[in-house]
Design a protein around this ligand. Structure first.
Ligand SMILES: Cc1ncc(COP(=O)(O)O)c(C=O)c1O
Length: 353
């Protein structure tokens, strides 16, 4: 066992720019997990830590909500959507949405719904873009549009302003439909915009939020927040059938408690965003590198000569976003340092000749 660990540690575990999921756990979060490790507590969420964490989330988002913890962001999205839909419905989303590109068809598998995608220049939906799927209501041959899913911040690192989200919610609600928000990086969006978490959600009319924690310093764990409480009526059964009812719930709950205590969520997200800003500012001084999206959160999208990508990846791992255009994605994290950025930029400068 020790040998195995030693050989794994020899692998390159340097901080890279592949994903905010690749980072470790924030020390305050680890300490919080450790602090609830003594003794026995009732399982499945009937423990004081879960109650307290739900209270903290209510302080952030408002009292009039229902909160359910799950393990992964995919589970939060899929089960949240399941609560809003029947199998004959459709869910409208951007063609870059995580629910469409990166969840192995789980939303379709679990909900039975058809995903209707929309191509966007920047990952953001608008009422105008959504309107092209607003037809076929009451027609039995057509999957019935029921939900619009927006991602805040988007998979392309851009953010919706609260006014833009409200415009979508007002439009979607006027069609008798509901709005889901994939908030895997909602903290980065809030830190970027300088607004509260509730302004972008309760304040705009979002019905259900996948509130992400893992990318912002947790070990694992996401919260599903229902702003429209009536939609959560049967959710405890949906979560159990969806295999996401954690027996040792307290370990997820205390992570959220830690994230929301002293606004750790904000400090972590702001730092990650600032590191991406620094990276973007530095790489734009290198001739031949082109940034392709607004840098609004902790991600930088750029076109880099294909031939140097493997060389860079050997030192600082990151993913190619679009092989056809040689566009790459660099993600920063709560633990990225200025030295990481400077080291990477100097390697990039060297390889660009
Ligand atoms: C936008 C978005 N939503 C949701 C997720 C959650 O995914 P996971 O199931 O891997 O926690 C991710 C993770 O990469 C994401 O980027």
């Amino acid at each position: 066992m020790t040998e195995l660990l030693n050989s794994k540690l020899k692998m390159n575990h340097k901080r890279g720019f592949a994903s905010d999921n690749n980072s470790g756990v924030h020390p305050s979060v680890l300490a919080a997990m450790s602090s609830v490790n003594d003794g026995h507590f009732v399982a499945y969420g009937d423990d004081p830590f879960t109650e307290s964490a739900v209270g903290k989330i209510k302080e952030e988002f408002g009292e009039d909500i229902e909160v359910f913890f799950v393990f992964t962001g995919t589970a939060a999205n899929v089960l949240g959507l399941k609560a809003l839909t029947e199998s004959w419905n459709s869910v409208i989303c951007a063609d870059t949405a995580h629910i469409h590109c990166d969840e192995c068809g789980a939303p379709e598998f679990f909900t039975g719904c058809k995903l209707l995608t929309i191509s966007t220049p920047d990952g953001k939906l608008t009422p105008d873009l959504i309107s092209r799927h607003m037809h076929g209501f009451d027609f039995e041959h057509h999957a019935q549009p029921q939900v619009v899913s927006v991602t805040q911040a988007t998979e392309l690192g851009t953010v919706y302003t609260p006014a833009e989200i409200k415009e979508i919610c007002d439009y979607v609600h006027s069609m008798g439909m509901l709005v889901h928000m994939d908030g895997a990086r909602i903290c980065n969006a809030a830190a970027s915009l300088g607004v509260s978490l509730s302004e972008m959600t309760a304040g705009t009319g979002i019905d259900v939020l996948s509130f992400g924690g893992t990318k912002n310093g947790l070990m694992y764990g996401e919260a599903i927040v229902f702003f429209n409480r009536s939609l959560s009526r049967n959710f405890k059964y949906i979560r159990k059938q969806g295999m996401q009812l954690a027996s040792k719930m307290r370990y997820i709950a205390v992570q959220f408690e830690a994230l929301l205590t002293g606004r750790l969520w904000y400090t972590n997200a702001l730092h990650a965003n600032r590191m991406a800003r620094l990276l973007a500012d530095e790489v734009t001084t290198i001739p031949g590198i082109r940034i392709t999206q607004k840098v609004q959160i902790n991600g930088v999208f750029a076109v880099v000569p294909t031939e140097i990508v493997p060389e860079l990846q050997k030192e600082y791992f990151f993913y190619i976003w679009n092989p056809e255009t040689s566009e790459v994605r660099w993600m920063t994290s709560w633990d990225t340092t200025e030295e990481d950025i400077r080291g990477f930029v100097s390697l990039l400068r060297e390889k660009m000749g």
